[in-house]
Design a protein around this ligand. Structure first.
Ligand code: WTA
Length: 629
């Protein structure tokens, strides 16, 4: 691992309207942070008391490096906090979910509706033999049923593993097998750009290799309805129709697992990040409320898919625990035209809009004409997540979408952190290019490889120095990989990101330090793509790098050596792209494939991706060796 390096910082500041600060849940960041530092456990204890527990905790935190237990012996159910208490507390008629479909229709589920649907589906899962601790895989498009399925699992203590609907059969079966899921919940199709995505076909291909799957629940959307296997398959609607709308919840220990979510690792196999019930509920509730500064009448839209951590924490659990109205929209940001997002904001009166830099950069390309056609005056707060929000994109988002009125919360966090860790809290001065400072509750720093803080203006490794409630507890069936997070840099959780702080403590995230590529905000492991390529008969070896891209942040470039006697000839590149799409899914398809005679390697035979990267970027390999392991 390299040591620190110098970074040139350009700074510009935006001062928000002082009224924003005065009315915010956290009106004074500095004071809140000091209060947290004075008594971290007292700080989290206070927040946890906002939620409903069946039994209180004995201790806020038990920390035996690197293992944490939060709210020890506390008992709760996260769905009670997301549903029951709102229904009982006067919010039953408030819209919980507003779903927007590609063909323009809206579907509204109130808190009461959602509550009933979740209980019906929970009963349905029980009738299929699912019990507390069993794993259930959810492979669905962005529809309310996806959220209902997640919440139904949580209600009965089943552990969900949601797999993003863009993944292919290989990625899906690997995740099902690792989690040993008993039930798969899927849909016949998703809708994307007016076409259908054949989710069920992909799922069928995947489950041919997953012995643990006993039953498959299929949400049928298309007509004529697809035929189901009479023994294995269950129709979603029929299952709902035969299930009662009352389902007692499972009383969960704070440390019982809530879900597994797979994230790319730097070796081939994705890591099953395990989150637990109590700390995750507290961390997502608090950050949703305070970072977005959600108030009673907000209409909140997060454009992520529920299949990513952003969807888990900031579409489902956090926003519902806060009791807000959540908008979800199936489809893409440029279909039927590039004004669709702005039309949704106008028509639904969206007040908080949380999206990704890659989407913002795409909108910049389409020009100001599209947003200018719509009334965006309902917007109050803007959010960004997934990759660095570059200053140009910040400026555009701030002026063109926010009308110079709305603060931007650029939230840095990870699947592993479960909750926001760094941002510029509402009311604080914003610096384009900088995510901001650690939120009250998080201790985040930039250090060298020994764990010593580096000076302002010096780049280093972004680390977290103290446990936090929504932290991952382990990697499913691979605790060794969990320990790697905590034993790479002494005394710290290593995020794998490079960053730099300025004199005022603002953090700029520079990108990944390891073998991950962030493409349009999605983490992709080089090893996964390489093994998909090598699984093709024509390919001998492959090395994959991230190449900076003005739109997507990075795109994947693959260097491939072919088997003896094979020529790249016509169509091989398309064929390999199809092969990767089929195995891993469209998001992992290389934008470029270059055929080479041999790959640069270390003496021990490790492919030196940084040499390829340096060559690609026209740099001296020495320049970038300081940036990568
Ligand atoms: C990157 C997504 C800069 C980072 C929530 C991190 C960011 C990885 C930001 C986690 C941000 C996420 N600024 N980089 N605001 N947010 N990242 O697990 O490299 O899908 O380590 O979680 O995305 O990606 P993940």
């Amino acid at each position: 691992m390299a040591d620190s390096f110098a970074v040139k910082l350009e700074e510009k500041k935006y001062y928000p309207d002082p009224q924003l600060k005065a009315g915010a849940w956290v009106p004074d960041y500095t004071q809140a942070y000091q209060e947290f530092l004075r008594d971290p456990e007292g700080f989290w204890d206070g927040i946890a008391r906002d939620l409903s527990w069946f039994e209180p905790w004995d201790r806020v935190l038990e920390w035996k490096y690197p293992y944490a237990r939060w709210f020890v012996n506390g008992k709760l159910n996260i769905t009670y906090n997301c549903l029951d208490r709102h229904v009982a507390g006067g919010l039953k008629d408030k819209p919980a979910i507003i779903w927007h479909g590609e063909s323009g229709e809206n579907r509204v589920l109130t808190y009461e509706d959602l509550y009933r649907e979740v209980m019906r589906f929970a009963n349905g899962l029980l009738s299929l033999g699912i019990r507390k601790g069993d794993r259930v895989c959810i492979y669905m498009p962005l529809v309310p049923e996806q959220m209902i399925a997640m919440l139904a699992c949580a209600r009965i203590g089943a552990v969900h593993s949601v797999v993003f609907g863009g993944f292919g059969p290989e990625a899906l079966s690997m995740r099902i097998n690792d989690a040993e899921a008993k039930v798969l919940i899927t849909a016949d199709v998703g809708y994307r750009r007016g076409k259908t995505v054949p989710l069920r076909e992909i799922a069928l291909e995947a489950i041919a290799r997953t012995p643990s799957i006993e039953r498959v629940v299929v949400l049928r959307r298309a007509s004529p309805a697809v035929e189901l296997d009479p023994v294995r398959d269950v129709d979603y609607a029929e299952l709902m129709a035969r299930s009662a709308p009352e389902c007692p919840l499972e009383v969960m220990d704070a440390e019982d697992p809530l879900f597994i979510l797979y994230t790319s690792g730097s070796t081939g196999a994705p890591k099953g990040i395990v989150h637990t019930c109590g700390g995750y509920a507290v961390g997502t509730y608090y950050t949703t409320k305070c970072v977005f500064d959600i108030k009673e009448n907000d209409i909140y839209w997060c454009t992520a898919d529920t299949g990513w951590i952003t969807g888990h924490s900031y579409i489902v659990y956090g926003p519902l625990a806060v009791g807000t109205t959540v908008v979800i929209a199936e489809g893409t940001p440029d279909y039927p035209d590039p004004g669709i997002y702005w039309r949704i904001i106008q028509d639904l009166g969206v007040t908080i809009f949380y999206t990704a830099p890659t989407a913002i950069r795409m909108f910049m390309r389409y020009g100001e004409g599209w947003p200018k056609k719509y009334d965006l005056s309902s917007l109050r707060v803007l959010g960004s997540v997934g990759e660095p929000l570059n200053p140009e994109a910040f400026e555009w988002f701030y002026h063109v979408i926010g009308g110079g009125r709305c603060p931007i919360v650029d939230t840095w966090w990870q699947t592993e952190t479960g909750m926001h860790m760094v941002t510029t809290m509402i009311g604080e001065p914003m610096k384009p290019g900088f995510a901001g400072k650690p939120i009250p509750g998080a201790v985040v720093d930039v250090v060298n490889r020994h764990g010593d803080p580096v000076a302002p203006g010096t780049g280093g490794f972004l680390v977290i120095k103290e446990p936090w409630p929504a932290m991952l507890r382990t990697v499913h069936r691979n605790d060794e990989r969990y320990r790697v997070y905590w034993n790479t840099i002494p005394g710290c959780y290593t995020t794998g990101d490079l960053a730099v702080k300025d004199e005022e403590g603002y953090i700029m995230v520079l990108g990944r330090a390891d073998d991950l590529i962030v493409v349009a905000g999605h983490n992709i492991g080089t090893a996964e793509v390489e093994s998909a390529l090598v699984s093709h008969d024509a390919v001998a070896e492959a090395a994959v790098i991230g190449k900076p891209d003005p739109l997507k942040g990075n795109v994947i470039k693959a260097f491939v050596t072919l088997c003896v006697g094979v020529n790249p000839g016509d169509g091989l590149t398309d064929e390999l792209a199809r092969h990767v799409r089929k195995t891993l899914g469209a998001i992992a398809v290389p934008a470029e494939i270059e055929y080479v005679d041999r790959l640069p390697k270390t003496r021990s035979g490790k492919i030196m991706r940084r040499v390829l990267k340096a060559r690609e970027l026209g740099m001296d390999p020495g320049d970038i060796s300081t940036l990568e392991e």
